[in-house]
Write a new protein. Sequence first.
Length: 82
Amino acid sequence: MMKSINLKRHFSNNLLNIRVVPNSSKQEIIEDNEQIKVYLKSVPDKNKANDELVKLFKKMFRLKVEIKSGAKSRNKVLKVLE
């Protein structure tokens, strides 16, 4: 179950800093100590976790995003395209 998250307050110039936790048993987005944490079921191999991340934001928030930086890191910056 996902709690309501106010993403707007975390955005700066259409950019969002997040922390990804891949290979999780659940798919969830939470606020943790003023940071957005995204738990993904996919493994960080062959871009699977990054693809899941982009799809999750589209599904949950109806936002088309791209990974601006951190494609190979747990700390990522997402850019909103729409």
